[in-house]
Write a protein that binds this ligand. Structure first.
Ligand code: CP3
Length: 357
């Protein structure tokens, strides 16, 4: 028996394909994370964030933690978008309170020429193993999402050497030596295609590209340095596994009107942050693609009653019809009380059926 027949809740996969669903499915970006005390305990046991990512049993444990608490409609692999530069040998550390640090940043054509495409079954084996293990432990409860960063977003960390406010180094490279940046994006693109296809082969039932920093570019630079590479990735992903379509979600935070151009991507769904109304996004995108979003993550600081009101606003903004996956507009903040996340999820399940009648 293939494991497909095993999937008990396929509402998320159906919604991503704009198929009829009885209610709006919901999951949260960063649903396994520091707002959960049980995550902090496992992270302490692992010793470091990277160790947590690299130990399949622990990555599996934290992936399942939010599902034990909340009736979420999808699980997301616990990992990070920086596993690829790590596997390329750039040296990655997570300093407490400072975010990621790349020890050997990429600054020149010579630096880029040293980079190879990591073998997902060698250097990134721990991710593939985590995917298989999570699928086994999920036992068909909900689908598992695999993910990677967009080449542009991952490149910002590779070139800047970590998080950045102004992206000065990578933008200087973009305007002074565009061929060097293109060479870097090209190798990241190949690596990402192989990495995501390995996640799909291991059991990821949907995949998402996180383009957190695409919107720091001008629209024309966005097309050239981010969108074009994401287009290549989605076009080269395996379409089906276990007899099912593997939906592809592309999320550029801050995309705004660029969603109209993203609508031409060969993918099933687009992520929307909280700065765009879903009704507006739906007009830009048309009925061709599902939309995933877009409650402001800060709403979860409010009281449960207030959260319920804001959930209704997001549902109403999307309006009637299928093709909506409820999510936050970006990751859940570490200081959110878990029962506020519970209130959001409960409200989505309670108030969404009438939009599907
Ligand atoms: O959504 C999920 O539950 C899956 C797990 C996931 C993580 N990172 C775990 C994580 C996903 C999908 C990511 C993606 C990611 N990582 C992005 C794109 C999405 C986004 O949030 O914009 C980016 C830009 C990164 C890079 C990254 N990883 C940064 C900048 C940081 C530090 C910021 C911070 O919040 O401290 C991380 C670390 C990280 N990745 C944590 C988690 C749970 C916190 C690490 C810890 O436990 O201390």
């Amino acid at each position: 028996m293939n494991s497909q027949s095993n999937l008990k809740n396929d509402v998320f996969l159906r919604a991503l394909q704009c198929q009829p669903v009885p209610y709006t499915p919901v999951w949260m970006m960063r649903q396994a994370g520091r707002y959960l005390p049980e995550y902090r305990a496992t992270r302490a046991k692992a010793g470091s964030f990277l160790n947590l990512c690299q130990t399949p049993e622990l990555a599996c444990e934290v992936t399942l933690q939010p599902l034990a608490r909340f009736p979420l409609d999808a699980a997301i692999l616990f990992s990070d978008i920086l596993t690829i530069p790590h596997a390329m040998g750039l040296g990655l550390q997570f300093e407490t309170g400072e975010g990621p640090v790349i020890q050997r940043p990429v600054r020149s054509a010579a630096d880029v020429s040293k980079l190879g495409v990591p073998d997902p079954y060698q250097e990134l084996r721990y991710v593939v193993d985590a995917v298989s293990l999570i699928r086994r432990e999920l036992a068909g409860r909900v689908p598992l999402i695999g993910f990677a960063g967009s080449p542009w977003t991952v490149a910002t960390y590779c070139v800047e050497g970590g998080s950045s406010r102004d992206f000065a180094k990578i933008k200087a490279m973009m305007y002074q030596e565009p061929s060097t940046l293109h060479a870097l994006l090209k190798v990241l693109t190949r690596a990402t295609i192989e990495y995501l296809n390995a996640q799909i082969a291991a059991g990821a039932q949907a995949v998402m590209l996180f383009d957190t920093w695409g919107s720091v570019l001008t629209p024309s630079a966005y097309r050239e340095f981010s969108l074009a590479y994401m287009a290549q990735i989605v076009a080269e992903l395996k379409r089906e596994a276990e007899g099912r379509v593997v939906p592809r979600v592309v999320f550029t935070k801050g995309a705004g009107p660029l969603l109209a151009e993203m609508a031409k991507l060969e993918c099933e769904a687009l992520g929307v942050d909280w700065m765009t109304d879903l009704s507006q996004a739906r007009q830009w995108v048309g009925e061709r693609k599902a939309l995933q979003g877009n409650l402001d993550p800060s709403v979860l600081y409010a009281s449960p009653d207030r959260i319920r009101e804001e959930v209704v606003k997001v549902l109403a903004s999307y309006g009637k019809g299928h093709g909506h996956v409820f999510n936050l507009g970006h990751g859940i903040h570490p200081a959110i009380p878990p029962d506020h996340a519970a209130a959001m999820i409960q409200a989505v399940h309670e108030f969404s059926p009438k939009y599907h009648a």
